[in-house]
Design a protein around this ligand. Structure first.
Ligand code: GLN
Length: 257
C-alpha cells in the first residue's frame, strides 16, 4: 500500500462551541480512518481569537444553537477571507447544520438577528419568527456525489435554507425535512466544500462520505487525485449505516400508513 509521509493538515473550527449532537465525532472518524490507511494528520483546533495555520487540507465545523452561532459570528467574519480562499483552492470542507448555515450568505435566527455568512455556499437561511417549523428527527438522503451515495443521520434545526442560482444541493431527501422541508433538497456543495444538516455525527455512520472528504484532503495535500486509493468498505463498517436506514425506512412506512 502506498505510504503517505507528509501529514494532512486538519482544522477543526470552534470545537468548544460548535459541537451540537457531538459533531466532534466527525473529527474522531477522520482520525480513525486516517490511522487505518496510514495517513498522518496534523490537527489544529481553532476557536475564538485563534489564528488559522498557514496551510490546510481539511476544515470541519459542527452545529450550534442560535446563541452559539451569535458567539462565533464576529470571529468568523475575521476568518472569512481565508476560508473563501481555501474553498477556491479545493480544500476539503465539511460544515454541519449551524456551521453550514454560517457558511452560506447569511442566517436570520429565530430572534430576528442577522448573522453574516462566509459566502462559500450561495444559500440563505431564515428561522421562522413564529415557532412553526423545526426539522427534528432521523433523516436519509441520497447524495448527488456518486462516490457518496446514501447518507443517514439526525437533524434538528429551525432555520430553513434556500439555495441560490449558483448553489448545488448536496443531496435529495428520501426521509426527513432537509434544507427547508419544502423543496426536498439537503445541504449544498461548492467545489470540495460540503454543507449538510446531518448530525449523528454524520461521518462514523457514513463511511463513503468519510472517505470522500479524506480523499479530497489527501488529493489537496499531494496535488493529485488519490480517490482511487480508497478501497470500498467491509460489510461490517456499513452495518451502522444499514441499521440507520432500516430505522428511517420503518418510520417512513409507518408515516405513510
Ligand atoms: N441554530 C440553528 C437552527 O436552529 C442550527 C441548529 C443546529 O446546529 N443543530 O436552525
Amino acid at each position: 500500500m502506498r505510504s503517505y509521509d507528509s501529514p494532512i493538515r486538519v482544522v477543526s473550527m470552534y470545537p468548544d462551541i460548535m459541537n451540537t449532537y457531538s459533531d466532534r465525532g466527525n473529527l474522531l472518524a477522520i482520525q480513525y480512518r486516517a490511522l487505518q490507511l496510514g495517513i498522518k494528520i496534523v490537527l489544529e483546533e481553532v476557536s475564538l481569537g485563534d489564528p488559522f495555520p498557514a496551510q490546510c487540507d481539511l476544515v470541519l465545523i459542527g452545529g450550534g444553537q442560535d446563541q452559539e452561532q451569535k458567539r462565533i459570528a464576529t470571529d468568523l467574519k475575521i476568518k472569512t477571507s481565508q476560508l473563501q480562499a481555501w474553498a477556491e483552492d479545493d480544500v476539503s470542507i465539511l460544515a454541519v447544520c449551524g456551521g453550514f448555515q454560517l457558511f452560506g450568505n447569511w442566517y436570520r435566527d429565530i430572534q430576528g438577528n442577522y448573522l453574516e455568512g462566509v459566502k462559500i455556499f450561495d444559500m440563505t437561511t431564515i428561522a421562522p419568527r413564529i415557532k412553526n417549523f423545526r426539522a427534528v428527527g432521523d433523516i436519509w438522503v441520497t447524495s448527488r456525489i456518486e462516490d457518496v451515495g446514501e447518507v443517514v443521520g439526525f437533524e434538528n434545526h429551525a432555520g430553513q435554507s434556500y439555495l441560490g442560482a449558483k448553489a448545488s444541493s448536496f443531496a435529495s431527501v428520501r426521509y426527513g425535512k432537509g434544507n427547508n422541508g419544502i423543496d426536498k433538497t439537503e445541504g449544498a456543495i461548492y467545489r470540495n466544500a460540503i454543507g449538510t444538516y446531518l448530525h449523528g455525527s454524520v461521518l462514523p455512520k457514513n463511511p463513503r462520505l468519510l472517505d470522500y472528504l479524506l480523499a479530497n484532503a489527501l488529493s489537496h495535500r499531494y496535488n493529485e487525485d488519490l480517490k482511487p486509493y480508497f478501497s470500498s468498505h467491509s460489510p461490517f463498517v456499513l452495518q451502522a449505516q444499514n441499521a440507520a436506514m432500516d430505522v428511517t425506512r420503518k418510520k417512513s412506512e409507518k408515516n405513510d400508513v
